[in-house]
Design a protein around this ligand. Structure first.
Ligand SMILES: C[S@@+](CC[C@H](N)C(=O)[O-])C[C@H]1O[C@@H](n2cnc3c(N)ncnc32)[C@H](O)[C@@H]1O
Length: 232
């Protein structure tokens, strides 16, 4: 692990949230931020904490969205104690799905999604922030093992507009935006790339529905049917 601020936070983790415990990013992910955030970069995070301190220390023009105004007070105080200038950090107090649609912020080089983790909030964060991310910009998705966040990772892995990069910690995924554009408006089974769930059906009907959909609606299934039919 590199990074002196990360090391210092690790030695004495500050209480920045409504708890005596440390609720921040994994140390590995904080060290990654410390290495990769450059002076003057345009950055944004949902949620706030130790990560905000690192963005500030690295001199980013940084926007933070959190519903808890006390966090802003604690983070600015913790930065002051360590001599970290927070003049480049702008807090937006509110819930991200309400703040982000109206937020006036420049185009972004790097985003951290680590606010509300329940479905569908991370997906809303991704949606509002993806459009503002520069081509080549990266988005870190913390707690990527959770279903809403894993769905974004799955999408990025299958999309040619995004690239799934090496994770920055055991729980933090990293996706890079390759080009602008909305996700394709496909609604059929082919668009699912095989990742379909029939869990809404009673168990007895799942197998039949799954086989029927996979055989008749996917590229692989259509290929099998054509092969079985033989040449015409
Ligand atoms: C796990 S902590 C973030 C940790 C931070 N990245 C760090 O390194 O310390 C989750 C954060 O999300 C914030 N949060 C909770 N609900 C939110 C929402 N609806 N929109 C934005 N932030 C939210 C919490 O106030 C808290 O700051």
């Amino acid at each position: 692990m590199n990074g002196s601020l990360t090391e210092s936070l690790r030695r004495s983790p500050p209480s920045l949230h409504d708890s005596a415990d440390y609720w921040g990013l994994a140390w590995e992910a904080l060290a990654w931020l410390e290495e990769n955030v450059q002076q003057g970069m345009s950055t944004l995070e949902t949620g706030a904490g130790a990560s905000t301190m690192v963005f500030a220390a690295r001199g980013a023009r940084h926007h933070v969205v959190t519903p808890d105004a006390e966090e802003e007070r604690r983070i600015r105080a913790a930065c002051e104690e360590r001599g970290i200038d927070t003049s480049g950090v702008t807090f937006h107090i509110g819930r991200s799905h309400e703040v982000l649609p109206e937020l006036e912020a420049p185009d972004l080089d790097l985003v951290l999604v680590d606010g509300a983790h329940g479905f569908p909030y991370p997906i809303l964060d991704w949606w509002y922030l993806a459009a503002r991310l520069n081509e080549g910009g990266r988005m870190l998705l913390d707690d990527a093992y959770l279903p809403g966040i894993a769905a974004i990772v799955d999408y990025a892995r299958a999309s040619d507009a995004w690239k799934l990069e090496a994770p920055v910690s055991f729980r933090t995924a990293c996706v890079r935006k390759l080009r602008h554009g909305d996700p394709p408006n496909e609604a059929d089974a082919q668009a699912a790339h095989g990742r379909m769930s029939f869990a809404y059906l009673p168990p007895g009907r799942r197998v039949v529905a799954s086989a029927r959909t996979r055989i008749f609606s996917t590229r692989a299934g259509i290929w099998v049917v054509r092969k079985l039919r033989g040449p015409r």
